[in-house]
Design a protein around this ligand. Structure first.
Ligand SMILES: CC(C)(COP(=O)(O)OP(=O)(O)OC[C@H]1O[C@@H](n2cnc3c(N)ncnc32)[C@H](O)[C@@H]1OP(=O)(O)O)[C@@H](O)C(=O)NCCC(=O)NCCS
Length: 176
């Protein structure tokens, strides 16, 4: 299907927040919350956004620039906020911001992490299918769209360069 043949969808139509209280089951050996627990929540929230935006199944193609800014503790109420930043033909960049606040205190939430994920919308055979173009609404959405476009260019360039290097090495050093 040609690019742009589906009606566009505004960012706000799929923006989602997933909230979870951290318990003793979520800790690492240091007693703080395991990074993998946060990454699962990030992937879950981003997957919900990608499914809502694309109107069907979507799979994680990549997760990059996951940063952990502050430790998360048992008893923290974690909010994982996700939205579509950018769309291509069949892929979507989802931006995720992770906030934490004490579950029983009215102190402001702290920004504890962020990530960018690429999801590909797939059909029932797992093949990429077209997605609606995202319509950036606010100035912040427009900035995120432009920054996502830069990340996309870098991801494609990195993938291409690594593939070319490997192909060259394979030609010079064929497998025994
Ligand atoms: C993601 C997947 C569907 C891509 O399939 P493919 O045959 O390589 O298809 P394409 O090359 O056409 O890629 C589809 C889109 O995803 C993007 N994409 C694919 N791999 C990517 C990556 N590593 N990083 C960023 N974008 C990627 C492509 O740029 C393309 O975007 P566009 O259509 O908007 O231009 C396929 O690799 C897959 O199924 N991977 C496993 C996903 C999964 O199981 N995730 C959960 C892990 S437990």
């Amino acid at each position: 299907m040609a690019e742009g043949s589906l009606p566009g969808k505004p960012t706000s139509a799929s923006r989602t927040t997933l909230s979870h209280i951290m318990s003793g089951n979520d800790t690492n050996l240091l007693g703080t919350v395991h990074g993998g627990v946060i990454m699962k929540l990030v992937d879950d929230a981003a997957g919900a956004v990608a499914g809502r935006h694309s109107g069907g199944p979507a799979v994680t193609a990549s997760m990059d620039e996951m940063v952990f800014l502050e430790p998360v503790r048992v008893g923290d109420l974690v909010h994982v906020k996700a939205q579509v930043n950018w769309t291509g033909r069949s892929s979507m960049e989802v931006g995720v911001r992770v906030l934490a606040e004490r579950w029983n205190e009215s102190t402001p939430a702290t920004h504890v992490g962020s990530a960018y994920l690429v999801f590909a919308a797939v059909d029932e055979d797992g093949r990429p299918r077209p997605v609606p173009q995202v319509i950036a609404e606010s100035e912040q959405d427009k900035r995120r769209y432009q920054e996502a476009q830069i990340r996309r260019t870098h991801r494609l360039a990195r993938r291409r360069e690594i593939k070319e290097l490997r192909d060259r090495r394979r030609r010079v050093e064929p497998k025994p």
